[in-house]
Design a protein around this ligand. Structure first.
Ligand code: SF4
Length: 286
């Protein structure tokens, strides 16, 4: 029997990533004589970073004292301190923070200003979380980051001492992470405000992939292992069916027998995975 291979509708670039990549390219083509820098990798994909480099768009990891040209803030967003540094260095700043990430930053600021004890659900080291945390901390010291109930338990005394607790979530987090945290906070806080800031694009990608997983004997998740949303996607699907997470078609060779023994294969991909990488995976399976 021939294999059935399906591709998810919501696979690959989300609108925030698409907007960042297209705008960076446009900036360089409209300003060929200017330096165009991106602070940190624009997206977690080596092929895309190399393509940008070949167009003259360079990734920098630190802000020099004096800068010349354009400096792009990527879709993850930055802290106000970093934004100030980019301006102070003399760069022309182009802020490509995803509008959905901006909304989380704004919500966290709002809660901090209104006297809430703010809980940011996410991993402290994630660049988006660093930006949200720094923005909220401009207004209040009562801001913590946690990705599990265990982590939050160390703040139980402070939480109980506050009248109001507010929650925001990093955009690509899983509901599975948010729900137990909300349940725990409900049990220890007097007033709880939860802003579910998981972005639509992430929510739709995850729910579609879950449905596909139910009818597939193999799910293939394509995308960088450094990408939080791709890794989360693979984690969710592993609980439903056999799932492999690969960065590109060449990694498929490591899973030859699994692929050969599967009949209904579905493919999805993270928000930073280019269409060309997904197509090569499909071609190889076929
Ligand atoms: S995953 Fe969501 S929040 Fe992140 S860049 Fe894409 S659309 Fe924006």
């Amino acid at each position: 029997m021939p294999k059935e291979v399906k591709l998810a509708k919501f696979a690959g670039f989300c609108y925030g990533v698409k907007r960042a990549v297209e705008t960076a390219k446009k900036l360089k083509s409209e300003n060929p004589d200017k330096n165009v820098f991106v602070l940190g990798e624009l997206i977690h994909n080596t092929d895309v970073i190399e393509e940008l480099e070949s167009l003259g768009i360079k990734t920098i990891n630190e802000i020099p004292e004096h800068g010349e040209g354009i400096c792009v803030v990527r879709s993850h967003g930055e802290s106000p301190e970093v934004i100030d540094k980019i301006n102070a260095a003399g760069f022309e700043l182009v802020d490509l923070t995803c509008p959905d990430v901006k909304k989380v930053q704004q919500k966290a600021i709002e809660l901090a200003k209104d006297g809430y004890f703010v809980v940011i659900v996410g991993k402290a080291e994630h660049p988006e979380v660093i930006g949200i945390n720094a923005n909220a901390r401009l207004w209040s010291d009562n801001v913590v980051v946690a990705s599990s109930v265990e982590q939050l338990q160390s703040y139980e005394r402070e939480i109980k001492a506050h009248k109001k607790v507010g929650v925001v979530v990093q955009t690509t987090q899983m509901l599975k992470t948010l729900n137990p945290i909300v349940e725990y906070l409900t049990s220890i806080s007097k007033e709880l405000h939860v802003a579910n800031t998981i972005c639509q694009s992430t929510a739709m990608r995850q729910s579609e992939a879950k449905e596909l997983a139910k009818e597939s004997d193999l799910m293939i998740v394509v995308g960088s292992k450094k990408s939080a949303n791709t890794t989360h996607l693979a984690e969710i699907l592993k609980n439903i069916t056999k799932t492999i997470h690969i960065e590109n078609d060449s990694e498929l060779d490591d899973y030859k027998s699994i692929v050969n023994n599967s009949q209904n294969i579905s493919i999805t991909a993270g928000a930073s995975t280019p269409q060309s990488v997904i197509e090569k995976v499909i071609e190889k399976i076929k």
